[in-house]
Design a protein. Structure first.
Length: 365
């Protein structure tokens, strides 16, 4: 026999009418409410109060056979604020809404999403961006008191490699996340090399883009981009900075004459424009990486595959790559010895590279 019950859900101020069996437990009622309303948190912290009986019910109590009884359910602890979260999960393009406690941690939210949508990716590598706060949230921070918040969840963290040149003696490669600001790179360099001065007075010049970058801007997806950084330190002179950078690209600049300097620079720019830019998507198990690489039109398809494997730091004896360029397969020996030019592959071609492990014992870390 089913009994009609009225349930008032606080702090949402919602009322529900349920027909339930008399032997339904309070815990079963709370779990039903949690799932139907998509409320995050532990129901063990919830309170269920019977208005007619004027008592607080325990989770293992049955709801009983009092018809039209009013049950008041209070979610979480009363000092916690409840918030409505609208989420967008990318690149899966999943959209949903959740109710959660303000004391809920970001990493708990991400784990809940992983389970809810059966996502295989490691949620510890995800990024959570708040459109309301205009920043990325840390995994261990609380969701906070914003009553309604829009969150964008990125399940495929993208790592970009940049080439850094500072003065005559400092040059190195770094790998940074796609959302990294130029100022953050500056701060890391300053700390590592114990440099003095205000990083806001530094400049960052992109060789590939032929322009100075806004210090508050985020890095782009040009993999291997050359960033020329000038600091306040007097030993790092701008002309020496450009001179050393050109040396890397095998130019014959021998003095600091400005006309010769920019003549060499323009020649380098022309050479770079002759290269083909490939937009590459790498599929490695459940991991998806995006990168941009430049190649000569006379580069063989096999050389492109080797370059991608080198980027992944995967030995050719361990894995091979299945290549799909603009939707066409290039996976047999005859195709692999052809050049980009011979295959009619032009600038901004779309490349999908699928890692195929040759040894089944090799696993992702």
């Amino acid at each position: 026999m089913n009994i009609l019950k009225s349930v008032v859900l606080l702090p949402y101020n919602k009322t529900f009418n349920f027909e339930m069996e008399a032997n339904t437990t309070v815990n079963e009622l709370l779990e039903h409410l949690q799932q139907s309303e998509k409320i995050l948190g532990n129901t063990n912290m919830w309170i269920c109060y019977s208005q007619q009986r004027n008592i607080q019910l325990n989770s293992n109590n049955i709801i009983g056979n009092i018809a039209n009884e009013i049950l008041i359910v209070i979610c979480q602890k009363q000092y916690e604020k409840q918030k409505l979260i609208t989420i967008s999960i990318q690149p899966q393009k999943i959209f949903s809404q959740f109710k959660a406690s303000s004391l809920f941690q970001v990493q708990e939210l991400l784990n809940y999403i992983r389970i809810q949508y059966q996502l295989n990716e490691n949620y510890q590598n995800w990024e959570c961006y708040s459109e309301n706060q205009n920043r990325y949230l840390e995994p261990d921070e609380m969701l906070g008191d914003i009553e309604m918040e829009n969150l964008v969840i990125f399940t495929n963290k993208i790592i970009i490699q940049k080439r850094i040149q500072i003065g005559q003696n400092i040059q190195f490669l770094i790998e940074v996340e796609l959302n990294t600001q130029i100022l953050q790179i500056f701060q890391s360099i300053k700390n590592h090399y114990k440099l003095e001065g205000d990083i806001n007075q530094w400049t960052c010049y992109s060789y590939q883009q032929n322009q100075y970058l806004d210090l508050n801007s985020k890095i782009n997806q040009i993999n291997g981009e050359m960033l020329l950084i000038t600091t306040q330190n007097s030993i790092f002179k701008t002309e020496n900075l450009f001179q050393t950078s050109f040396d890397i690209f095998n130019t014959n600049q021998t003095n600091n004459n400005s006309n010769q300097l920019f003549q060499s620079y323009n020649q380098l720019q022309q050479n770079d424009q002759q290269k083909i830019l490939l937009n590459i998507e790498i599929l490695e198990g459940v991991i998806i990486r995006q990168l941009l690489l430049y190649f000569s039109p006379h580069t063989q398809i096999e050389k492109v595959a080797i370059a991608i494997l080198n980027y992944l730091q995967i030995n050719q004896s361990q894995a091979s790559l299945d290549l799909f360029i603009n939707g066409h397969q290039y996976n047999n020996q005859k195709d692999r010895v052809q050049t980009l030019y011979q295959c009619g592959i032009s600038n901004n071609a779309m490349v999908q590279a699928r890692v195929r492990w040759l040894d089944t014992k090799v696993c992702l870390t």
